[in-house]
Ligand binder design. Sequence first.
Ligand code: AMP
Ligand code: MG
Length: 349
Amino acid sequence: MHSVVKSMNSKIYDLNDINKYDEALRSAAEAVRNGGLVVFPTETVYGLGADATNDSAVKKIFQAKGRPSDNPLIVHFAKFDDCYEYVGEVSDAAKTIAEHFMPGPVTVIVKKGNALSPTVTAGLDTVAVRVPSDRFAHDFLKEAGCPVAAPSANISGKPSPTRAEYALEDMNGRADVILCGGDCLVGLESTVVDCTTEKVKILRPGAVTAEELMKVVTLDESSISESQTQRPRSPGMKYRHYKPDAYVIAVDGSDESIIKYLNDADFDEKCAVIMFDSILGHINAEVKLSLGDRNHPETAAHDLFAHFRYCDRAGITKIYVSCMPTDNIGDAYMNRLNKATDEYMMLGE
Ligand code: AMP
Ligand code: MG
């Protein structure tokens, strides 16, 4: 899985260095237009981008990540209007979602056109369109002037990078240009919404929530419950790509019950606990990683992948991590956590 050779000298830019900002954007845009690969920050996770109209460039993405080209990629634009030249029919629902939530952490599925590389859509007749709100992502896409196909900038099998250091860890030597921004604001991938059916469907929960979408479009409600009922029932049905190296135990219960459980737990292996602050203060563990305040679940969403990456680096072999209620961003958090989980510990009150 990690056999791809790091064969190039990546040009690395710090986007927070204002003296180099224009040069960084020019260099990244040129690389993409010449069929190269560029790592760039967005508000969700770091992306690994290529010119979506250039088939051989898009194929390099799969090589660099070390994964087979089965999954379709999301195509990124500087503004939504730019997509019309490249896609087929855009439904009213897609336009409405774009009006309300773009730029932002949401992706709409629309009919594909003929202008994009067939590898981007992996043989489907639809295509995923996203307009990031991150200023660096916007400026890069604008400078590139072409649609940019991009999955997350991690080696296949690792959690998505939400910090420049983790994008560098995986992609230094594999991408032509790496743009380092700050930490990703959201920290989880975008909400993916299929807008080609009469009622729109949530294919993947993210920071733009079902509650918000329902206010502006007609939502197929069974698509919400699918991701929510996935917990304990089907841990086998997970993609491994959100998974840290460690064995992951997802713990669900009140603060009290979790504290008691962790205090009785046998930390025999190299363990980490990823918990809310109200729990961390009451337990002893070698590695304690914070999900912040239970009442601010955005913090947990923001830091989950970064904590997983930290654990991989530290050689952690067992992780205890907190579940949370599936309202709002909790839906996206649990969706990713479910896919990383090996075992559930349901403690109740
Ligand atoms: P990532 O690039 O890792 O954020 O993942 C892209 C997500 O968008 C995956 O879950 C894909 O299955 C989904 N996706 C991309 N294009 C399409 C499409 N045309 N139809 C349905 N899902 C798509
Ligand atoms: Mg990914």
